[in-house]
Design a binder for this molecule. Structure first.
Ligand SMILES: Cc1cc2nc3c(=O)[nH]c(=O)nc-3n(C[C@H](O)[C@H](O)[C@H](O)COP(=O)(O)OP(=O)(O)OC[C@H]3O[C@@H](n4cnc5c(N)ncnc54)[C@H](O)[C@@H]3O)c2cc1C
Length: 169
C-alpha cells in the first residue's frame, strides 16, 4: 500500500497522497495549509477520501475526480491495483472507483495558489454552504440522483418532504 495507514495524509509539493479512510475535511485542510488549490470547495462535504472518489463528490464547480492523479484500489476479486487518472471515468456523483472497488489510497494533483485568494474562496464557499444546508443532522444529501430527475423532486411528489425518524430528517 502506497500510503501505509488508511487515514494518513502526506503533502509532497503539489501532490497530496492520502489513505482512502482519511476524512475529506482533513485532506482539504492539509491542501490549504500547504497553500494549494484544487479541493478548497470540498471542505464541507462529510466524507472519507475513498467515499468522495467513489461518488465523485463535488461542490461549487469542483469535483474530486478532476484532481486525481491515481488511485490504489482493491478489486472485487481481491487484487490490488493502481488506476491512473485516464482510467478513472466519472460523472455527476459517480465514478468507476465506486463500482465494486475499494479505494485504499490516492494521489491528488493540486496547484499553487495565492494564500489570500485561497482564503477568500474558502470563506465564500463556507458562507454559501451555511446558507443552504440545515444545521441539524440530515440524510437528504445521501440519496443518489436518478438519471434525468432529482431525488428531492421525487421525495416531495411521494409526500415524504419533512418526514423524520429518531430526530433525523
Ligand atoms: C449534510 C450533507 C451534505 C452533503 N453535501 C455534499 C456535497 O456538497 N457534494 C457532494 O458531492 N456530496 C455531498 N454529500 C454526500 C456525501 O459526500 C457522500 O455521502 C459521501 O461522499 C459519502 O462518503 P462516505 O465516506 O461517508 O461513504 P459512505 O456513505 O460510507 O459510502 C458512500 C458510497 O461510497 C462507497 N465508498 C465508501 N468508501 C469507499 C472506498 N474507500 N472505496 C470505494 N468506495 C467507497 C460506498 O460503498 C458507497 O457506495 C453530503 C452529505 C450530507 C449528509
Amino acid at each position: 500500500m502506497l500510503v501505509d495507514r488508511l487515514a494518513d495524509i502526506e503533502v509532497d509539493g503539489a501532490r497530496l497522497r492520502a489513505g482512502g479512510g482519511a476524512q475529506l475535511a482533513r485532506v482539504v485542510r492539509a491542501a490549504l495549509d500547504a497553500g494549494f488549490a484544487g479541493v478548497e470547495c470540498l471542505g464541507g462535504i462529510p466524507s472519507t477520501l475513498g467515499g468522495a472518489l467513489a461518488m465523485n463528490a463535488g461542490a461549487y464547480g469542483q469535483e474530486i475526480v478532476d484532481v486525481l492523479s491515481w488511485a490504489e484500489v482493491v478489486e472485487e476479486d481481491g487484487t490490488l491495483r493502481r488506476l491512473e487518472r485516464w482510467e478513472v471515468h466519472g460523472g455527476y456523483r459517480w465514478s468507476v472507483l465506486g463500482k465494486g472497488r475499494v479505494v485504499t489510497s490516492a494521489e491528488l494533483s493540486l496547484r499553487a495558489e495565492d494564500p489570500e485568494v485561497l482564503t477568500a474562496r474558502v470563506h465564500q464557499v463556507r458562507e454559501k454552504r451555511r446558507g443552504v444546508l440545515p444545521p441539524e443532522p440530515s440524510a437528504g444529501r445521501r440519496l443518489p440522483q436518478p438519471a434525468g430527475d432529482f431525488a428531492g423532486r421525487l421525495l416531495e411528489l411521494a409526500g415524504c418532504k419533512g418526514l423524520s425518524s429518531g430526530g433525523r430528517k
